[in-house]
Design a protein around this ligand. Structure first.
Ligand SMILES: *Cc1c(COP(=O)(O)O)cnc(C)c1O
Length: 383
């Protein structure tokens, strides 16, 4: 059958990236991602440590089996049933036309920049903040500018508006609570910013369910601010990181813009089915949120009692430091089976809430790597 079998099987050396016509702006870049290490205590990517119950798991399995019956067909391209469920979960009078779901809010936010960013356009954020924002910008050929947050990592409306006047961004991205600092800006400040800028304003509420008052959300501003987009994810509080489902809430015209740039059938039938089971079981999946919040609040007190600096976090993680050699502390923890994240301002590390056993393991490991003195004197002391 093959005309020239000898030639067809002649192997040539595999090229390296340097041999290929890679886009100039990607030369030297590496894929995003924290190390995925198989260690007992993983506190590095802000996941919910509690898997779904056997009851919910079997519902997910049934839903996948049901979807498999028609897996020869493309899924509902508009994911209408899922969008209806997501709107019902959010409340605030939202309907399916206000919701744009994708494979994680990372993809939904990339859609937003594909539609509203691009060559000659600018996205602005306030740092330190989520390290994926510059990557969405790079991938969509959008210029990225980052202005500093206040010293306490909060946001000040006057400061954000002044920065917007300087940079004239098309899109402003604000994580609230912010990652990696965990700090939260009041919704009234966000309203003030929306009032005073022309740009689209994205409020990324990936950790909203962990805050003290989750219902105090920028979603409340949507009816009066049609250029506002609120991003949510099922990866964190909802304990569905492996399901890959995140979404935007916005006015229907913004959703329509995302529909133009998405790849067809971007959400698989199984993704849609599993996410709908998760939403139908929201009370159970979100059932550990209060406990995780309590864990991280306690941990913040404990870390401060060890003499460390910890910005007040409203998310399920917090920063701690500063260390002269944060990598040595990270490695010291890892050597004891505890994985945290090297991210944030210079000298700091980030840890997220785990089970009580995870928290104990983290504290025990940290005490062995903290510089002598600081820890001993203050141990158990309330500060
Ligand atoms: C985790 C996270 C996301 C989204 O993650 P997905 O898993 O893609 O939904 C978005 N924004 C921030 C700030 C995050 O920390």
């Amino acid at each position: 059958m093959s005309a020239a079998p000898d030639e067809a099987t002649t192997a040539v050396p595999a090229p390296t990236l340097a041999d290929l016509p890679l886009r100039d702006d990607l030369v030297g870049q590496v894929p995003y991602g924290a190390p995925q290490l198989d260690v007992p205590v993983r506190l590095n990517v802000n996941e919910n440590p509690y898997p779904p119950s056997p009851r919910v798991r079997s519902q997910m399995a049934d839903a996948v089996a049901q979807a498999a019956k028609t897996i020869n067909r493309y899924p509902d391209r508009e994911a209408w049933a899922l969008r209806t469920d997501l709107a019902a979960y959010l409340g605030y009078g939202l309907g399916p036309a206000n919701i744009w779901p994708a494979n994680g809010s990372n993809e939904a936010l990339t859609h937003l920049l594909l539609a509203f960013g691009g060559p000659g356009r600018t996205v602005m954020s306030l740092g330190p903040t989520y390290s994926m924002y510059p990557e969405y910008a790079r991938d969509t050929h959008t210029a990225y500018v980052v202005e500093p947050r206040r010293d306490d990592y909060g946001l000040d409306a006057d400061q954000v508006v002044a920065a917007a006047e300087r940079h004239r961004p098309d899109v402003i991205m604000l994580a609230n609570p912010n990652n990696p600092t965990g700090t939260r800006t009041p919704v009234a400040v966000l309203a003030d910013i929306c009032e005073r800028v022309d740009a689209l304003v994205v409020v990324d509420e990936a950790y909203q369910e962990f805050t003290e008052y989750p219902e105090d959300s920028a979603l409340a501003l949507l009816p009066s601010h049609p250029r506002l987009i609120v991003a949510r994810t099922m990866s964190k509080a909802f304990a569905l990181a492996g399901g890959r489902l995140g979404y935007l809430a916005a006015t229907p015209a913004i959703v329509d813009a995302c529909r133009i740039v998405r790849l067809p059938y971007h959400l698989s039938a199984t993704t849609q089915a599993v996410a709908r089971v998760a939403l139908a079981n929201a009370p159970e999946l979100l059932g550990q949120v209060a406990r995780l919040r309590a864990q991280i609040q306690q941990l913040q007190h404990w870390l401060r009692a060890q003499g460390l600096t910890v910005p007040q976090s409203e998310a399920n993680f917090c920063l701690f430091g500063p260390f002269d050699d944060p990598h040595a502390v990270w490695q010291g923890l890892l050597d004891q089976g505890v994985l945290v994240r090297e991210t944030g301002p210079a000298g700091f590390l980030r840890v997220c809430a785990g089970t009580p056993a995870d928290m104990d393991a983290f504290k025990t490991a940290l005490l062995t790597v903290l510089p002598e003195g600081a820890s001993r004197e203050l141990e158990g002391g309330a500060r």
